[in-house]
Design a protein. Structure first.
Lengths: 293, 569
C-alpha cells in the first residue's frame, strides 16, 4: 500500500543572486529584473517526497503550485526530477493573495486531490520569508503538522505514523505523529536530485490543460501512461471549488500600509588597530549587530 | 551560477552554426521513432532543443558541482582498499549526480535507456566535463565501451549490459594494454581459451587500465594459440567477479581522480564480442577511434581551463605599473593559446561531424538495406575521412593542451609553479593526453596513410568548393601554402626510403592539419568578424610553418637520419 504525497511549491524571484535593479523605487521587488526560480526549501520538500516514494512502493508524488502561468516552469522542473502529477492553480481571482488566502486556495487544491497521507512544503519562501503558508494550510485541512523538519526518520505505513526530526534552536527534537500530516522542510538533509535528461526530453513540451472537471483519481492506481502524467493540469478557482470571497485580494486581511525603503550605507569610517584584541572586539561587535553570523 | 556551456562563447558559436541536420536525421531514423520512445524528438528543432537543454544541464553540473571539487579530487586521489577502488569524495558525489540525471547513456540508443545523442554533442559535453575535472571524464561520461558493445555485441549482451551502463549502476573499462604490449597491441598475450562447452576463460595480466575497476570491461585477448600478431586476438566482455584481482593502482603525475589499475585475470569468464580474430583489427580499432575523440575533447577542456586561469591572472597581476596582459610577450602567448584552442575546437567538431555521418550511414545501411546503394560512396568517403581526421585531432588537441598548460604556468610566473593555483594541476593532467589512446607518434602513423592515399586531397578539394569570397586574400595565402604542401606530398610519395618517409611523417601530418584548420577557421569567419581575425592571425603563421616544413623536406633535411647513431649512440 503506497502513500499519497502532495508537495506544495512556489516560484520565487531569486533573491539570493541580487543584481543592480532588483528593487523598484517604491521599495517593492522588481520581479522582472530577477530570475524566477524554484523556492530552494521547496526543492528539499520535493526531494523528501521523492525519497519516500522511491522507498515505499505504490506511492505517488503530486506537486501543486499557485501562481501565474509562468509558474509552469517549476512544475516542469518537478516533472524532470520525478514528480508523478503536477497542477498549476492559477486564476486572476487568486492575485494579490496574502498567506491566509494562499493557504485557503492550497487547502482547496489538496482536497481536490482527495485522499492523501503527507503534505510537504518548504519551511518558507525566500521572497516573503513568512513561513506561514505551510502551518496555515495544515490548520485549514484540520491535520497534524510538524514544522522545520530536517529529516524524516521513519514512516510506519501500517500504523499510519511518522517519526520526524525537527530543527529547533540549539538542537533537534524527534516527533512521532499520526498521518495524515503536513511537514515543512528545511534544507539540511534532502539534497535535491538533479533533473533527469530523459524526463526533461519527455516533459519539456508539456503544456497546461484546463481541467474543470472533477479530479480523476483513477490514474493513482493504474499504469503510468495516462494523459494526466504527460500534461500539466491547470486548475482555476472553480476547479478547486474555492469561494472567491476567500481568495486573492478579497480574501486577504493583510494590508500593506506603507513601505519604508531602507538603504544601508556607512556613515563614518572607523580605524581599528591591527592587533588580535582590536580585531576580536570588532568581530564581536559585528556579530552583536548581526552584520556577521 | 557557473555554467560551462553558457559561459563559453566559442562553444555557443559552433553550436549555433554547425551543420548537423543530416546527422540528426540519420541518428533519428528520419523521426520515425522506431522504438516508440516517449522522449524521441519529433523534428530537427525538437532534437536541437533537447541537445541545448541537456548540454546546459551538463554545463551547470560541470561548473557548479564538479569544478569546485577538482582540486580536492586531485589531492585525495584514488585508493585501493581490500581489492576495491575507492574514488575521491567529490568524484563519488558527481558520479551520483550524473547517474541520477540519466546522463551515463549519453550516446546509447533510447531502447537501452540512453539519450541517443550524436558524437558531436558528446564532444561538447566531454570538453565541459574535462574543463571542470579532467580525471572525471575517464568514467563520468564514458561512452566508448558501451558504444562498442552496441555496435558489435550480440543482442543478449547489449540488453543485459547497456541499460546498467546507462543508469550508472555499472562502470566500464577498456582492457587492452599489457606490460609488453603498449603501442604494439599485436603483442598482447593475455590468453583466452574455451572449455568443451564453448565457454571462454581469460588468464593473464593487464597493465595501465584506466578505471579497471569498472563492472564490465572489454578485454583484448589471444584466443588463437597458433596465430601470432593481430590475427590471433579476439575481444571479450568481462563482468567483474572474484576471478579478477586488481593488483595495484599506479601512482601518477596527473589525473589523480582516475584509477589506473593493474589487473590479473585468473580463469575469469569472458563473453566473445563479435567474431573471433577480429579483436584488434576491427573492434579495438573502432573503440580506439571513438576514445581518441574523447581524449581530444578532454585535452581541449584542460586547455580551456588553463587558458582561463592564465587570462584572469594576467588581467589581475600588476607589474611595472600595469596588468601584465598589456605586455606584448604576455599577450602574444595568451593570443596564441586562445587561437590554438579555437583551432582545435573547430577541428574537433569537424571530426565528430564526419564520424557521426559515417556511423549514421552505417546505421542506415544496416537497418534499411534497400537504401544501401544510395549511400555507398558517401559511406566510403566518410569512413576514409574518419580514419584520417581522428588521429589528426587527437594529435593536435593533445599537443596543444600540453603547450597551453605549459604557457598558462609561464603567464603565472613563480605563482603558477605553486600547488595553490590550478594551473599546475592542468599541466599535470594534460601530460597524459598525448600518450594514452595512442601516443602522438602513433597518431602520425595512423594519419599519414590518409595523406599518401590522397584522402587529404579529396578533403581539401571539398573545402575548396566552398565560398571564401569573404576573405579572398587569406584564401590566396592558404592556396599558396596548399601548393607547397602538395609538392612536398608528391616528393614524399616518390621516396623509397621508408625511414625517410617515417622521419618526415610528422611534419607532413602537421602541415595537413594546418591546412584543414585554415579552411575551417575561414569557414567559421563567414559568421563572425572575430573569427575572421582569428583566421587572419592563424593563417599568417600557418603559411610560415608550411614554408618551413616543406622547405625542410624538399631541401634534404635528413642529416639527422645519418647522424643520430653518432649523436645518441
Amino acid at each position: 500500500m503506497g502513500l499519497n504525497l502532495i508537495v506544495l511549491i512556489k516560484q520565487v524571484p531569486d533573491t539570493q543572486n541580487i543584481t543592480g535593479n532588483a528593487m523598484k523605487e517604491d521599495g517593492t521587488v522588481n520581479r522582472g529584473a530577477l530570475p524566477a526560480i524554484f523556492n530552494p526549501e521547496d526543492l528539499h520538500a520535493l526531494e523528501a517526497a521523492l525519497t519516500i516514494r522511491d522507498s515505499t512502493p505504490g506511492s505517488k508524488v503530486h506537486v501543486l503550485t499557485m501562481g501565474p502561468p509562468s509558474a509552469v516552469q517549476v512544475l516542469k522542473d518537478s516533472l524532470y526530477r520525478g514528480a508523478d502529477f503536477v497542477a498549476l492553480i492559477s486564476d486572476r481571482r487568486f492575485a494579490a493573495a496574502d498567506t491566509l488566502a494562499t493557504s485557503y486556495a492550497l487547502k482547496c487544491a489538496v482536497e481536490k486531490i482527495g485522499s492523501y497521507d503527507i503534505v510537504l512544503c518548504g519551511r518558507q519562501a525566500i521572497d516573503g520569508d513568512t513561513a506561514q503558508v505551510g502551518p496555515q494550510t495544515a490548520e485549514k485541512l484540520g491535520i497534524n503538522q510538524i514544522t522545520c523538519v530536517s529529516r524524516i526518520e521513519d514512516i510506519d505505513v501500517d500504523k499510519r505514523t511518522i517519526t520526524a526530526v525537527r530543527s529547533i534552536e540549539g538542537g533537534y527534537e524527534k516527533i512521532r505523529a499520526k498521518l495524515p500530516i503536513l511537514l515543512t522542510l528545511t534544507d539540511e538533509h534532502y539534497l535535491p536530485r538533479p533533473p533527469s535528461a530523459i524526463k526533461l526530453m519527455t516533459y519539456k513540451s508539456a503544456s497546461t490543460e484546463m481541467s474543470n472537471t472533477d479530479f480523476d483519481e483513477s490514474y493513482l492506481t493504474s499504469g503510468a501512461d495516462l494523459k494526466a502524467e504527460n500534461t500539466i493540469s491547470l486548475w482555476d478557482i472553480n476547479a478547486i471549488g474555492a469561494d472567491p470571497e476567500s481568495c486573492g485580494l478579497a480574501g486577504s486581511p493583510t494590508k500593506v500600509k506603507t513601505i519604508d525603503l531602507v538603504v544601508l550605507k556607512s556613515e563614518d569610517l572607523r580605524m581599528i588597530e591591527n592587533t588580535d584584541e582590536s580585531i576580536g572586539d570588532m568581530v564581536h561587535e559585528l556579530i552583536a549587530d548581526h552584520t556577521l553570523g | 551560477m557557473e555554467n560551462f556551456f553558457r559561459d563559453n562563447e566559442d562553444i555557443l558559436f559552433h553550436f549555433e552554426h554547425m551543420d548537423i541536420d543530416r546527422i540528426i536525421r540519420l541518428k533519428e531514423d528520419d523521426f520515425q521513432n522506431p522504438d516508440n520512445s516517449p522522449y524521441a524528438p519529433h523534428d530537427l528543432e525538437d532534437a536541437k532543443d533537447s541537445y541545448t537543454k541537456v548540454l546546459d544541464m551538463i554545463g551547470e553540473i560541470s561548473g557548479e558541482n564538479l569544478a569546485p571539487q577538482a582540486a580536492d579530487i586531485d589531492k585525495e586521489g584514488v585508493r585501493l582498499i581490500d581489492g576495491e577502488v575507492r574514488y575521491a569524495k567529490g568524484t563519488r558525489e558527481v558520479l551520483d549526480i550524473f547517474a541520477k540525471a540519466d546522463l551515463m547513456g549519453f550516446c546509447f540508443p533510447r531502447k537501452y535507456g540512453g539519450l541517443n545523442f550524436p558524437a558531436i554533442m558528446l564532444a561538447i559535453a566531454a570538453e565541459m566535463v574535462a574543463r571542470a575535472d579532467a580525471s572525471f571524464l575517464n568514467f563520468g561520461l564514458q561512452q566508448d565501451i558501451g558504444e562498442t558493445l552496441n555496435k558489435f555485441g550480440s543482442e543478449e549482451l547489449k540488453s543485459k549490459y547497456l541499460p546498467k551502463l546507462a543508469t550508472g549502476e555499472f562502470g566500464s573499462s577498456m582492457i587492452l594494454t599489457e606490460p609488453d604490449a603498449g603501442s604494439d597491441l599485436q603483442a598482447v598475450r593475455l590468453r583466452a581459451h574455451q572449455d568443451p562447452d564453448g565457454k571462454w576463460y581469460l588468464n593473464g595480466v593487464k597493465r595501465f587500465i584506466t578505471n579497471g575497476n569498472g563492472t564490465i570491461g572489454l578485454v583484448l585477448a589471444r584466443s588463437e594459440e597458433s596465430a601470432p600478431g593481430a590475427r590471433g586476438l579476439s575481444f571479450f566482455l568481462y563482468e567483474r567477479d572474484e576471478k579478477m584481482v586488481i593488483r595495484r593502482l599506479e601512482d601518477k603525475l596527473g589525473i589523480h581522480g582516475s584509477p589506473t589499475c593493474e589487473l590479473q585475470f585468473n580463469n575469469a569468464r569472458g563473453h566473445l564480442v563479435g567474431e573471433r580474430k577480429r579483436g584488434l583489427s576491427r573492434y579495438t580499432m573502432w573503440l580506439m577511434n571513438s576514445a581518441r575523440i574523447g581524449i581530444a575533447s578532454q585535452a581541449i577542456g584542460i586547455a580551456e581551463a588553463a587558458y582561463r586561469e592564465a587570462n584572469k591572472y594576467a588581467e589581475e597581476r600588476i607589474q611595472f605599473g600595469a596588468p601584465v596582459k598589456d605586455l606584448p610577450p604576455v599577450y602574444e602567448i595568451l593570443t596564441e593559446m586562445k587561437i590554438s584552442i579555437e583551432a582545435a575546437r573547430t577541428l574537433l567538431y569537424e571530426t565528430a561531424r564526419i564520424v557521426d555521418l559515417k556511423e549514421g550511414l552505417e546505421h542506415l545501411k544496416e537497418h534499411y538495406p534497400e537504401r544501401a546503394d544510395e549511400v555507398k560512396s558517401d559511406l566510403k568517403n566518410y569512413a576514409r575521412l574518419t580514419n584520417m581526421y581522428t588521429p589528426m585531432i587527437k594529435a593536435y588537441a593533445t599537443e596543444m593542451a600540453n603547450k597551453v598548460a605549459y604557457d598558462a604556468i609561464q603567464i603565472h610566473g613563480g605563482t603558477g609553479f605553486m600547488r595553490d593555483f590550478d594551473v599546475e594541476r592542468h599541466y599535470r593532467d594534460a601530460r597524459i593526453t598525448s600518450i594514452y589512446e595512442g601516443t602522438t607518434q602513433l597518431q602520425v602513423v595512423a594519419a599519414i596513410g590518409g595523406l599518401t592515399s590522397g584522402t587529404i586531397i579529396t578533403a581539401l578539394d571539398e573545402y575548396e568548393s566552398e565560398d571564401f569570397s569573404h576573405a579572398s586574400d587569406l584564401h590566396n595565402v592558404l592556396l599558396a601554402a596548399r601548393n607547397k604542401f602538395e609538392k612536398a606530398l608528391v616528393y614524399i610519395k616518390g621516396v623509397e626510403d621508408a625511414d625517410l618517409v617515417s622521419y618526415h611523417a610528422r611534419r607532413m601530418v602537421e602541415m595537413a592539419i594546418d591546412l584543414i584548420q585554415s579552411y575551417l577557421l575561414l569557414r567559421d569567419a563567414r559568421h563572425s568578424e572575430r573569427k575572421l581575425k582569428i583566421a587572419e592571425t592563424f593563417i599568417e603563421k600557418m603559411s610560415t610553418r608550411i614554408t618551413m616544413n616543406s622547405d625542410f623536406i624538399h631541401d634534404g633535411g635528413s642529416s639527422l637520419l645519418r647522424n643520430h647513431r653518432e649523436i645518441i649512440g
